[in-house]
Design a binder for this molecule. Structure first.
Ligand code: GTP
Length: 599
């Protein structure tokens, strides 16, 4: 297809505003898939994605559309991940497009991720088509939301397309606007190949499949390619596009979007954001802008509940890593938990996904420690080290200063919740930046806040304090010095490294107190009395005691029937599953996560 008849675009939206539903309507209208095929959820493939109702992996689908002007166009829809953990992946998907549909729910209006995605789209120089969705609902307020788009984003309200992705209203208007308002791709067909990798996944038969946008030149099956940042090379085993099934065509040219099968065994050889070229052009060609290696922000220890499962856990992580260049792990030993791995994740959702996959797909019982962030610690004498495991924090006397990662956060909320949000953010060490009225009753609050405070239950707290009305977005803001201390937890006088936490000095006393109270409730009674202490250095700041168990559980069914006894034993076994013997005390998984639910 000639450049003038290609359009590359994506859909950006706040969660639940209807991105996937609109994508389905476009695929259906253009005859790319039938209604029946759509039933089996075309765009979101992974089971986990469907369950969590989010899109994790970006994908690309090609459609053919015969426009009202009588000409036929090749439309490439690039699906972007819907969560802030995957902002970098979103930015690369956007870089593969010339335009974006900005979907706003007409019953809600602009939300935090609407704006966050909008900024990313503007950075990528995309032309925008605002779509006011869900106008079929009785509670829709298309006029209000249209006005909001004009006031907040600066796009004239007449340019908004009113739509219902559910009912198929406005679908053709949207397709026509894509042809009219999104420019065709530019690029030099005769230049050496440059293609942007905006996603990749591992396929057991074809090796790594890379999703590409060809910026210059063209590529053909059987040709050799080189990846600039990954410093790898391969032969193209297959080239094609998704329609929505993989369709091999043998060639992709300037302006097009599609995939290549590389035969690579690991996605790290073909990273998102990298530039694909030909080996002969290496050294002379300018890589495409914007490549960044994945940087983990959240860390946690992952341990097998049964230490015999350690090799299986390693195997499972190795396999997940084949498909996830952003997952980091290295072996780690804990005095309490034994052999395990320190893992690094892009964010909390990424962490949750990995933990769930280890359990579900690999059938492992794992125990995870509370999430932590990476601190920059300057030691006396000037050496700077990165510490992402609280138990490895050097002792007081050795530290000159500690810096912690901070985030810029933005919160959209009805104005009636300003007070409670300010209150929450202040207890989380947030620094107020700005308050803007978006409408008479809705405001945008911005703060800078330590990442460590954000990953501990902040989102849930925000949602519950605002009855779900507030929306949140955040991005990395840099490292800031803070007065931090390490809180150690001793169970039966045994320091449990996996329970250590880094926290602000001012909070250490009351958080230490709250934590031992919580642990006292979580740690089951043993045959003996178990003291639980929180200490900073050698100073104990709080103490509770788990009293000794009086009777054996079985004593209760003395004389009872045998099946009841078995049931009880089974129940006990069930409860034991996620326990770990630490010293002589059994500690359940929940204890390691206690910090997350202090409120
Ligand atoms: P994420 O993938 O989580 O980002 O969500 P999304 O933006 O893709 O939203 P999705 O398409 O999954 O829609 C969210 C919900 O809104 C679903 O229950 C849809 O059925 C519903 N929905 C989407 N569009 C419309 C619409 O035009 N009208 C109505 N009534 N419901 C809609």
């Amino acid at each position: 297809t000639d450049l003038a008849h290609i359009r590359n675009f994506c859909i950006i939206a706040h969660i639940d505003h209807g991105k996937s539903t609109l994508a389905d309507r476009l695929l259906e209208f253009t005859g790319t898939v039938s209604k029946r095929e759509l039933m089996q959820q075309t765009l979101d493939q992974m089971e986990l994605e469907r369950e969590k109702g989010i899109t994790i992996k970006a994908q690309a689908v090609r459609m053919r559309y015969k426009a009202l002007n009588g000409e036929e166009y090749e439309l490439n829809l690039i699906d972007t991940p819907g969560h802030v953990d995957f902002t970098y992946e979103v930015s690369r998907s956007l870089a593969a497009c010339e335009g974006a549909l900005l979907v706003v729910d007409s019953t809600q209006g602009i939300e935090a991720q609407t704006l966050a995605n909008l900024y990313l789209a503007l950075e990528a120089n995309l032309d925008l088509i605002p779509v006011i969705n869900k106008i079929d609902l009785p509670s829709a307020e298309p006029e209000r939301v249209r006005q909001e788009v004009e006031d907040v984003i600066g796009i004239p309200k007449e340019d908004c397309i009113l739509a219902s992705a559910k009912e198929g209203i406005g679908t053709q208007d949207i397709l026509e606007a894509i042809i009219k308002n999104i420019p065709p791709p530019k690029g030099d067909l005769n230049a050496p190949l440059r293609a942007l990798v905006f996603d990749s996944h591992y396929d057991a038969y074809k090796g790594v499949i890379a999703y590409l946008r060809v910026m210059d030149g063209s590529l053909k099956v059987n040709e050799r390619i080189a990846l600039i940042a990954s410093e790898s090379s391969a032969e193209i085993l297959e080239a094609g596009y998704f329609h929505p099934k993989m369709t091999s065509v043998g060639e992709l040219t300037t302006g097009e979007v599609g995939y290549i099968a590389t035969g690579f065994k690991n996605v790290k050889d073909c990273r998102v954001g990298d530039t694909v070229t030909v080996p002969s052009a290496l050294g002379t060609i300018q890589p495409l802008a914007g490549y960044e290696p994945a940087k983990p922000m959240v860390f946690a220890g992952i341990y097998p509940v049964d230490s015999n499962d350690y090799p299986e856990l390693r195997e499972a992580l190795d396999r997940l890593k084949l498909n996830d260049a952003a997952l980091f792990y290295e072996p780690e030993t804990s005095n309490a938990l034994g052999f395990g791995f320190r893992c690094g994740f892009l964010g909390l959702l990424h962490m949750e996904i990995i933990q769930e996959r280890l359990e579900r797909e690999y059938n492992l019982d794992i125990l995870a420690t509370a999430p932590s962030v990476a601190y920059h610690v300057t030691k006396m004498g000037g050496e700077v080290i990165e510490v992402d495991n609280p138990s490895e924090m050097p002792s007081f006397g050795e530290i000159e200063k500690i810096e912690e990662p901070t985030m810029d956060i933005s919160i959209f909320t009805p104005s009636r919740y300003i007070g409670t949000i300010m209150d929450l953010v202040t207890t989380r060490r947030g620094i107020y930046k700005d308050l803007k009225y978006i409408e008479a009753e809705r405001v945008l609050l911005t703060y800078t806040m330590p990442l460590a405070e954000l990953i501990i239950d902040f989102y849930d707290q925000l949602k519950s304090r605002t009855q779900g009305y507030a929306s949140l977005d955040y991005s990395f803001a840099g490292y800031l010095e803070a007065d931090l201390v390490k809180l150690d937890i001793l169970v039966n006088a045994f320091p449990v490294d996996a329970l250590s936490l880094i926290m602000h000095k001012d909070n250490a006393y009351y958080q230490g107190r709250a934590l031992v109270e919580k642990l006292q409730k979580l740690i089951p009674r043993q045959m003996f009395e178990v003291p639980i202490q929180a200490a900073i250095g050698s100073r104990v700041v709080a103490r509770e005691t788990v009293r000794a168990m009086r009777k054996d559980v079985l004593a209760k069914c003395y004389g009872g029937d045998i099946s009841r006894k078995r049931k009880l034993l089974e129940k006990q076994k069930e409860g034991k599953k996620r326990m770990k013997m630490v010293g002589s005390v059994e500690i359940p998984q929940e204890a390691f996560m206690a910090i997350l639910s202090l409120g």
